[in-house]
Design a protein around this ligand. Sequence first.
Ligand SMILES: [Zn+2]
Length: 369
Amino acid sequence: MQKVVTFLAAIMVAFTAFLIWPQKDQSEGIGDAEAPDRKETASTDTNPDESPEPVEPEPFELTLIHTNDTHTVMDNIARRASLIEEIRGASTNHLLLSAGDVTSWEIGRKAQDSLANAVFMNHLDYDGMVLGNHEFDLGEGVVDHGPLSTYVKNAAHPVLGANVDFSQDQFLEPYADYSYTDEPVDGRINKGFVQTVGDEQIGIFGITHYKEVVTVPGDVSFADYTQAAKDAVAHFESIGINKIVALTHIGIGHDRTLAKEVPGIDVIIGGHSHVTTNPPNHIGDTLVVQTGEYDTNLGELNVVFDEEGKIVDHSGKLHPTKNAEIHPDTARVQELFGEATALGIVSYEDFIGHVIKAGELDTYEAFIE
Ligand SMILES: [Zn+2]
């Protein structure tokens, strides 16, 4: 039996070679006669010692939609929603990111701030945020980060802080992973994460300001941001990622320092200075952007990466939110939030319960991807 199989296999190999051989000759002839472009020449290369030339890789276009220092100003949130939907609709690959200070600095409002930002950032489907200094302001009359930990727990996106040590903070330490995760994790604090967009992987990490500027940090401490950024870039590059975004809350001067001192960061989406970059600042190979303050503008940065992960083209603009249309879904979520607040609802779970009771979970959840 074994011999028969071997014999049949030999016949099939010979027959297959007979079929392939003349076709190969023919394709060479066509290739030569028509003086083809580079790709066809490569595919008809007859020298077995030379590996075929690689197919020219497509450039990768990515749209970064960004906000910073919104400080719980929700007046234009339904207009921001329309802009986000419009930009997402016009781009194939996009991310929505916040560079921090989503909460206000009013100590007595921390619980409400936490709930409002969890509700609306989840509804708008943010992909990630970095903690800003005002996120660490302590709760009313009590030295705790309870409201912030509630926000982190409910956030449907990773929260970042690569240079922050939470180990002495009983409220935040349970949520801190101190890692770069390959699987973006909701409701966790990470140093950074890998987000697959289209067919490409983007490394995103977060840096926030250290001690002297953080308003009321309590038991949280901060390491040198330049070293943390170098470590983040080294990590992503070690796993083959060459498109790297830093979400920072250190101010534009420090962003420029970071761009100069840490090679490998492609884009710095910054916050804290409340300034606008229009057009984006270009420092070495790094783009630095910031949108201003209080949800006045929504940032849009379009970048084109070559196969080495280098930005070869970009365009950036700031969209004034007040000029946009009101998005009906988000306007309805605002109404539901108002109803819930009037009912004394203070937890995210109870807010979702209110939305379910109103039969509008789809309105809350179904925001365009
Ligand atoms: Zn700030």
